[in-house]
Design a protein around this ligand. Structure first.
Ligand code: 5AD
Ligand code: SF4
Length: 501
C-alpha cells in the first residue's frame, strides 16, 4: 500500500506544475483513510476531500461554484495567488472575474504601507453586503497583512463574516484549510509566526502561458528600519537549486520562455543551503536550460550585489538588460538610519560598475520620501542620486509608519505638507529623466516578447523589450508568447510605438 502511494507520488513529481497527471494521482487517494502526515501528499488528500464538498454544493445548486482572487502588493504575492488559483481549480471552483458574483472571494493582502491595509478594510465593508445576498459566499483573507496580530484581532472583532484567515507561512495548506472550513461553521484562523518549511510540488495556475514567476527564496533577514516585510515574511530560506531548475524545466516544456526569479533579496540566495551556492551560480545553471529565452530577477539589495553577479550579467545571453536596484534614499545619513548598509558613494560606485559591464542596461529603483529625520539637505542628496543614475523609472513612496518597526518610534517624523512638497519635486524629476532615458532607443530594432493584445486598440499587440520597456505595434493574437524583432519608431515617454520587422 505504502509502496504504491510512493510510486504514484514519484510519477506526480515529474510534472506537477502542469497539472497533467494530478488527476491520476488523486484517484489513488482514499479519503476514508486518515490524512497523510507528510507534505505535499497531505494537501492532495485534502484537495480530494474539498473537491467532494464543492461537488455536493454545486450539485445542489446545479451550477459550478466560482472564485475570485484579488492580489495586493508585490510579485511575490502575485505568484502566491497563482498557487491559490491552482488549488481552487483542482477542487472544482471556476474563475469569476466579478467579485460580487463569486462564491469564494479571496484577498491576498499586502501590508508594506498603511494604505494597502486601508484598501482591504474598505473592500471588506462592501463585501459584507454582497455576502448577505449570497448564502454560499465564503470570504478568505491571506498574505502579509494577516501576519500582523492587531489585524487578526480587528477582523475577529469587527469582521465576523470572514470565513478563512491564514498567513504567508502556511499558504501551502490552503486545501486543508478549505476542507476544515467546509466541516465547521466557524471562522477558520491559522497563522504561523515563522517557518523553515518549504513545500514543493503543489499545483499552481499561471496567469500567462509564456512567462512565470519562480520563487527562489522566501523571507528576509535585512531588517531595514522602515520595513515590515521581515516580520510578516519571516527569516530568509532558499529553495533547493534542483527544485528550482526542475520547476523551470517543466515550465519551459509547457511553453514558458521567460522567468522572473523572485525573492525579497535575491542577491543573498543560497547562503543557508546545506551546500551553499551563490545567486550568480544559480543564474548560470538556469541559463543552461534549453528553450528558456529570458531571465529576470527581483529584488536586488545593493549591499549584496556581487562582482560575480555583474560578470555573469555581462556574459549572459538570457539575463534581461534590466536591474531593479532600490536605493531608498540618497543621503548616507538617512541610509544609516534605514539600516541599509551602504553609503551614497558606494551605491553610485555600484551603478558605475554595472553600467560599465552592461552598457545598455536599464536601471529602476524604489525611493522613500519623508523618512523620520529627513532634512531638505538629505532630500537633495536623493535628488542628486536620481540625476546621476538617470533611472529608466523609479517607484516613489511616501514614508508610511509601520507599527513594530524601529523607524516607527524614531523622532522627527516629517509633516505631511513637507513630505508632499518633496514627493512632487522628486516625481517631476524622475519623470523628466525617465522620458529622456527611454527615448534613446528610438530607431533601433530589438527583440520583443509579445504579452497581450493592446488594451485600447485591437489592431495592436503589446510586448516588452529586454530592458522592460513596453512596445505597442500592429499584430494579432497569434503573436502572443512569441519573441519578434520590432523597430522602435516613436517614444511616447514611457513606452514605444513600433513596427514588426
Ligand atoms: N513606507 C514607504 N515605503 C516603504 N517601502 C517599504 N516599506 C515602506 C514604508 N514603511 C517601499 C520600499 C520598498 C518597496 C517595496 O516599498 O521602497 O523597496
Ligand atoms: Fe510583497 Fe512586502 Fe507587500 Fe508582502 S508586504 S505583499 S512581501 S510588498
Amino acid at each position: 500500500m505504502i509502496r504504491h502511494r510512493i510510486g504514484s507520488y514519484n510519477k506526480l513529481r515529474k510534472d506537477t506544475y502542469t497539472l497533467k497527471n494530478i488527476e491520476t494521482y488523486l484517484e489513488t487517494i482514499d479519503i476514508t483513510n486518515e490524512a497523510p502526515v507528510n507534505e505535499p501528499e497531505r494537501q492532495y488528500y485534502f484537495m480530494k476531500k474539498a473537491r467532494a464538498y464543492v461537488k455536493q454544493i454545486s450539485d445542489e445548486l446545479q451550477r459550478p461554484l466560482t472564485f475570485c482572487v484579488t492580489t495586493f502588493g508585490c510579485q511575490m504575492n502575485a505568484r502566491d495567488s497563482e498557487k491559490l488559483v491552482g488549488v481552487l481549480e483542482q477542487i472544482g471552483y471556476v474563475e469569476e472575474p466579478d467579485e460580487d458574483k463569486a462564491d469564494f472571494v479571496i484577498y491576498n493582502t499586502c501590508t508594506v504601507r498603511e494604505n494597502a491595509n486601508m484598501r482591504v478594510y474598505g473592500r471588506l465593508g462592501q463585501l459584507k453586503h454582497v455576502k448577505k445576498s449570497n448564502p454560499h459566499m465564503m470570504i478568505g483573507l491571506c498574505g502579509c497583512m494577516m501576519q500582523e496580530p492587531e489585524v487578526v484581532e480587528k477582523l475577529k472583532k469587527s469582521y465576523r463574516f470572514v470565513d478563512l484567515i491564514f498567513g504567508t507561512h502556511n499558504i501551502y495548506k490552503f486545501a486543508e484549510l478549505i476542507a476544515t472550513r467546509f466541516e465547521s461553521e466557524r471562522m477558520v484562523i491559522d497563522i504561523w509566526k515563522d517557518t523553515d518549511k518549504i513545500v514543493e510540488d503543489l499545483p499552481s495556475e499561471r496567469k500567462f502561458s509564456f512567462k512565470s514567476g519562480v520563487n527562489i527564496m522566501f523571507g528576509c533577514n535585512n531588517f531595514c528600519s522602515y520595513c515590515i516585510v521581515p516580520y510578516v515574511r519571516g527569516r530568509e530560506r532558499s529553495r533547493n537549486p534542483k527544485d528550482i531548475i526542475r520547476e523551470i524545466e517543466t515550465l519551459v516544456a509547457d511553453g514558458v520562455v521567460e522567468v522572473m526569479l523572485l525573492g525579497q533579496n535575491v542577491n543573498s540566495y543560497g547562503k543557508n543551503l546545506d551546500e551553499p551556492m551563490t545567486f550568480a551560480e544559480l543564474l548560470q545553471e538556469i541559463e543552461k536550460i534549453e528553450g528558456l529565452e529570458r531571465i529576470r530577477f527581483m529584488t536586488s539589495h545593493p549591499k549584496d550585489l556581487s562582482d560575480e553577479l555583474i560578470e555573469v550579467m555581462r556574459h549572459s545571453k538570457k539575463i534581461c538588460k534590466h536591474l531593479h536596484l532600490p536605493v531608498q534614499s540618497g543621503s548616507t545619513e538617512i541610509l544609516k538610519k534605514m539600516n541599509r548598509h551602504y553609503t551614497k558613494e558606494q551605491y553610485l560606485e555600484l551603478v558605475r560598475k554595472i553600467k560599465e559591464a552592461v552598457p545598455d542596461i536599464s536601471l529602476t529603483t524604489d525611493i522613500i520620501v519623508g523618512f523620520p529625520g529627513e532634512t531638505e539637505e538629505d532630500f537633495l542628496e536623493t535628488m542628486d542620486v536620481v540625476k546621476k543614475v538617470r533611472y529608466d523609472s523609479a517607484f516613489t513612496f511616501i514614508y508610511s509608519k509601520r507599527t513594530g518597526t524601529p523607524a516607527a518610534i524614531m523622532e522627527n517624523q516629517i509633516s505631511d505638507d513637507v513630505v508632499k512638497n518633496r514627493f512632487d519635486r522628486l516625481l517631476k524629476e524622475v519623470q523628466e529623466i525617465s522620458a529622456e532615458v527611454c527615448s534613446v532607443h528610438a530607431g533601433t530594432t530589438q527583440p520583443v516578447l509579445v504579452e497581450s493584445m493592446n488594451d485600447h486598440d485591437d489592431s495592436l499587440v503589446t510586448g516588452r523589450l529586454s530592458n522592460n520597456i513596453l512596445v505597442h505595434f500592429k499584430g494579432d493574437e497569434s503573436l502572443i508568447g512569441k519573441i519578434v524583432d520590432v523597430n522602435l519608431k516613436e517614444c511616447k515617454g514611457f513606452y514605444y510605438l513600433g513596427e514588426m520587422k
